[in-house]
Structure formats: structure tokens, C-alpha cells
Design a protein around this ligand. Structure first.
Ligand SMILES: Cc1cc2nc3c(=O)[nH]c(=O)nc-3n(C[C@H](O)[C@H](O)[C@H](O)COP(=O)(O)OP(=O)(O)OC[C@H]3O[C@@H](n4cnc5c(N)ncnc54)[C@H](O)[C@@H]3O)c2cc1C
Length: 351
């Protein structure tokens, strides 16, 4: 599996198939049910840590293609096959002057992977534009149409990643894009545009700014850049109440950074907690480490193993707990680890 994932770790798949149509998806699911074989759905493999022993399952890569823009109005629909490369779709929307996805430029992976964790960056997430998902429901054996509220989107999550994990195979995603100005809410993007002397940004300006910022952080996959051999951010940014946020500042005898949410809670940058716990950019642990550009990205320096990745994640999480009492929660999906206690620990949430 290593060549099929952005971390480049993971042993063999017991079985492997690609689904080019919804019928292929249905047939693969029937085969798994008849043969009593577990199913593991793969998109671009950019948010997955696969165990060194591999996946004792049928790994089904969803490769359903199709890009279909609806008639142009004040809003325009975009229907994407789940196997479409996500950033190509963003680029196509921006070049048609359709707003809603521009801040999600440069995120790797497939269109079908985006609803799974409600992909987001720089002030947008796909929950803002997805109106429906067509999926194969393994519980009923039928193709179903889920509207946005059925998907139960949250911060980097949805029902596809929580209570119904493994139940639905996303075949198509339907977006509603608008004709209008780009989203510029994130300070990094606003600063970049100001430095580039762009006073009235259009969608392409915002896409260019986001791509440039992301490249600087090693967050655009580039085979020439070893800092991009990752799953992007390894941990989610924890959300705490304001009293807890103040306590975090006391630990460092200063103020902890944070973004106040409409609920009054504060989202704390996991990268800051990690750096303050002694893990700087470029931290090395054998053949794995932290990106030299971003402390939130655990990277495979070449010959790293999934075991080493998990061990480093465990060490980081423990140190952050010891210093701040915060339980960071891992963002990627773990495949083939069974009930491995280290993986259970890095995934565990506690407030
Ligand atoms: C350099 C880098 C930067 C990143 N930056 C961001 C970012 O800014 N914001 C962000 O949110 N994420 C980011 N990510 C994470 C990742 O790119 C996204 O989560 C992406 O949407 C994953 O899509 P994928 O197709 O690669 O999914 P995979 O990694 O293949 O799969 C991830 C999960 O989704 C499931 N899945 C995939 N396709 C389907 C389908 N068709 N039906 C049902 N389930 C499916 C898999 O079973 C698995 O559980 C980044 C990753 C990297 C490597």
C-alpha cells in the first residue's frame, strides 16, 4: 500500500480492486459479503496510515470519474465523480469564476474523500458547498442520495468518519457554487494578498495565495519536497473553554494563541502545543520526524515505517498531555492496526 499513500508506509493489501463505476462498487461489496472479507475504501491515500503488516481486506480504490458543471446562474451546481482529483476540480471551478472552493486549493486526495472528514482550510470547508452525496449504502445494498444535513458534518468529521464509518461508499459529490467574490477571512491569506499588492482579489488571486502559503508549509504534495511525505496535519486543533485557554497561557508564562469560536470556546493551534512541548520543526526520530516547514506534519524521511510514525505520534501526544493536560487527537484514518494500543491512544479524545 505504501506507493498508494502520501506517507509512503504500509504493507500489502490482501486483495485490491479499482471501481470505475457505481456497479463496480456494488459488485465489490457483494464479493466481500459473500466471501466474508473486510472492505477498506481508498481514495487518494492522503489521510491514511496503513500498518506495516498491510490490510487483510479488499482494498477498493474508488476511481469513478466525471466533472459536470450545471447551467450557469447566480449559483451553479458541480457534480464530481468520487475518483476525481480534488485540486483539479477546484482549479476548474476557479477558472469558471465560481466561488466556494478557492480556499481549498492544493489539498491532495480525491473528491470522494472530501466529505469524509469535511475537508477544510483557510476559512472554507466542503460542508459550506456540498448539497448532496451519492453513496452505496452497504447496510441496504442500495445507492442512496444523502443531503448535506444527512452527512452530519462537523469540524474535520462527518457521519462517514464517525458513527457510520465504513457503511457508505461515496460515488459522487454534488456542490452548489456561487458567482461572487472569493472568501478572504483568514489572516494569512489577507496578509499574502496585501503583500502581493492585490487590493481587490478575484478567485484566482485567492487560489494563488493559498497555493503559495501551502507550499511554504509543505502542504502541497511535491515528490521533490520530502516535507510533503505526510498526511498533512497529523493532529486536530483542540477546542477548549476560555478558562482552560487562559490556563494554557500560564504554563508558558504568556498567552496561548487561540481562535475564538462563535460558541465562545477557543480553538488552540496543535502546532503551538507541540512546539511548546519540545518538538520543533525538523525534529528527527530515526527515519521519521516532523516537517522542517510545519510542526504539525509527521513525515516519512524515506525508509520510515508505520510503527515509527505511530511511535512518534504517541510520544508527542504524551508530552503534550504532560505539559498542558491536553489530549491531541489524530486526524488520519488507521488501517490494518486492529486494536493496537498505541493507535488507540493517539486516536483517543478526552476533554
Ligand atoms: C500534504 C497534505 C496536506 C493536507 N491538507 C489538508 C487540509 O488543508 N485540510 C484537510 O481537511 N485535509 C488535508 N489533508 C488530508 C487529506 O488530503 C484529505 O483528508 C483528503 O480529503 C483525503 O482524501 P483521499 O481521497 O486521499 O482519502 P484517503 O486517504 O484515501 O481516505 C481517507 C478516509 O476516507 C475514506 N474514503 C476515501 N474515499 C472514499 C469514498 N469514495 N467513499 C467512502 N470513503 C472514502 C477512506 O476509507 C478513509 O477512511 C492533507 C493531506 C496532505 C498529505
Amino acid at each position: 500500500m505504501a506507493p498508494l499513500t502520501s506517507l509512503h508506509v504500509g504493507g500489502p493489501a490482501r486483495w485490491f480492486a479499482q471501481a470505475a463505476t457505481t456497479e463496480d462498487v456494488a459488485a465489490a461489496c457483494r464479493w466481500c459479503a459473500d466471501a466474508d472479507v473486510p472492505l477498506c475504501v481508498l481514495g487518494g491515500g492522503t489521510n491514511m496510515v496503513v500498518a506495516d503488516r498491510g490490510a487483510d481486506a479488499l482494498v477498493l480504490q474508488v476511481a469513478i470519474r466525471g466533472v459536470d458543471f450545471g447551467p450557469r446562474g447566480s449559483s451553479t451546481s458541480l457534480r464530481l465523480g468520487a475518483g476525481e482529483p480534488w485540486d483539479d476540480a477546484v482549479s476548474a471551478a476557479v477558472s469558471r469564476d465560481l466561488a466556494g472552493l478557492e480556499c481549498l486549493s492544493g489539498i491532495p486526495g480525491s473528491a470522494g474523500g472530501t466529505p469524509v472528514q469535511n475537508v477544510g482550510a483557510y476559512g472554507q470547508d466542503v460542508a459550506q458547498t456540498i448539497v448532496g452525496v451519492t453513496a452505496f449504502d452497504r447496510a441496504s445494498g442500495e445507492i442512496v442520495m444523502l443531503n448535506a444535513s444527512d452527512c452530519q458534518f462537523g469540524y474535520r468529521t462527518s457521519r462517514f468518519k464517525s458513527k457510520d464509518q465504513g457503511r457508505f461508499i461515496v460515488c459522487e459529490v454534488l456542490f452548489e457554487l456561487r458567482v461572487g467574490p472569493p472568501t478572504v477571512t483568514y489572516p494569512d491569506v489577507a496578509d499574502h494578498l496585501a503583500q502581493s499588492k492585490v487590493a481587490t482579489p478575484v478567485l484566482q488571486d485567492v487560489r494563488n495565495a493559498v497555493l503559495a502559503i501551502r507550499k511554504g508549509k509543505g502542504m502541497v504534495i511535491d515528490p521533490e519536497d520530502p516535507d510533503t511525505r505526510s498526511v498533512g496535519s497529523f493532529f486536530l486543533n483542540p477546542v477548549v473553554d476560555s478558562a482552560r485557554h487562559a490556563e494554557l497561557g500560564q504554563v508558558v508564562e504568556g498567552t496561548a494563541p487561540g481562535f475564538v469560536l462563535p460558541t465562545g470556546q477557543v480553538k488552540v493551534p496543535a502546532a503551538w502545543l507541540i512546539e511548546q512541548s519540545g518538538f520543533g520543526r525538523g525534529y528527527q526520530a530515526g527515519a521519521v520526524g516532523l516537517s522542517a516547514k510545519h510542526p504539525l506534519a509527521i513525515v516519512n524521511r524515506g525508509a520510515g515505517t508505520a510503527r515509527e510514525i505511530v511511535a512518534l505520534a504517541r510520544t508527542i501526544k504524551q508530552r503534550v498531555i504532560d505539559r498542558f493536560g491536553i489530549w491531541l487527537r489524530a486526524e488520519p484514518v488507521f488501517v490494518g492496526f486492529g486494536d493496537d494500543p498505541d493507535v488507540a491512544f493517539v486516536k483517543e479524545a478526552r476533554s
